[in-house]
Design a protein around this ligand. Sequence first.
Ligand code: PLP
Length: 449
Amino acid sequence: TQPDPAAGAAVKAADRAHVFHSWSAQGLIDPLPIAGAEGSYMWDYEGNRYLDFSSQLVNTNIGHQHPKVVAAIQEQAGKLCTLAPGFAVDVRSEAARLIAERTPGDLDKIFFTNGGAEAVENAVRMARLHTGRSKVLSTYRSYHGATAAAINLTGDPRRWASDTASAGVVHFWGPFLYRSPFHAENEHQECERALRHLEDTIAFEGPQSIAAIILETIPGTAGIMVPPPGYLAGVREICDRYGIVFILDEVMAGFGRTGRWFAADHFDVTPDLMTFAKGVNSGYVPLGGVAISAEIAATFDKRPYPGGLTYSGHPLACASAVATINAMAEERIVENAAEIGEKIIGPALQDIAERHPSVGEVRGMGVFWALELVRNRETHEPLVPYNASGADNAPMAEFAAACKERGLWPFVNMNRTHVVPPCTVTETEAKEGLAALDEALTAADAHTV
Ligand code: PLP
């Protein structure tokens, strides 16, 4: 497509006239008008093409405009666009089957939502009704969505404005060796101390009052901290001992991102409830859901489940999930994510870390990696303070701008950049993006001491 700056300006003006954006001071934002996207790339109206190392909001696991998914949506639109959740619909049943076949253990019933936050809301509701208890525990370093319960469960600063109505939510510290809340010196210690801390939290909150513990299997937005060996199994054991429902939030980590269908597959752990969204259909049509264990599903065999959504199991969304999951299986897209991570991204990031003093730690797997950027490698002082904005955040803003100048669209959160391209990313694309990242990190190095 030819550059058309005038068209881009018109798109931006129309946006600024009436669109109210998420998480933003409306008068301070400058949204980039996008003309199109395909595979791992998107482009603007000025003739700039960007390799998307953020997969939008870490959701386009299958890349943009996958022809099989586009065709499935078109075909479903021609057949049946919408139907109330109470009916039985072929594509909804098929999507549920394909998901249930892949979720661990006996998580064989699927409740569909429009996205991740609603999945978390419903998982929490199911846990509370199943146990008759009210409290839910989550970690400080977490993101679970922006609706009522989901934002309270979230640990990051986006929660603060909504903390006025956080009844029943208790935060604790999950394991994170690089910034160990437990002053641990190795992964084994970190795991042991994190589990003891969780047990202490439960004891002081009252085990009989706790309905659920919710964890991201690998925390995503908060920093892609792969849990130490034994941690998730330890949490599972604690939940079993106290009759607490174990919820794994796989909204970001699920559907291929870690190089397996679910991150839980790496740890051989089965939760009681598992939330998903994003990668289930790469967000081509909004979709999320909860995978439910046989025991919790049975709670609602005779007793009505008091929850629902007009668009639960929307036919267009389900058709796109069916096509996405089938294409991922046929084209070995999950395997591609694992291979690219192991052979290309992981080694390249280790090499980058050696050459850039601003890189404090590299962690991740599959197409799910974080670089912890620091001012000082010895002290681990973050490149920018926690929740920095304005001038305090300048080093990260300069780094992000340096990426974009090189045709790379980065994922940036606080003092981190995440390397989270689509699961379909090719070796050539990954190398192109890593080379741009390598150069852009010089901007971060300039702020090290
Ligand atoms: N849970 C996790 C782990 C997420 O990463 C997100 C979104 O980033 C959500 C829940 C919320 O999903 P949504 O934005 O679709 O409501």
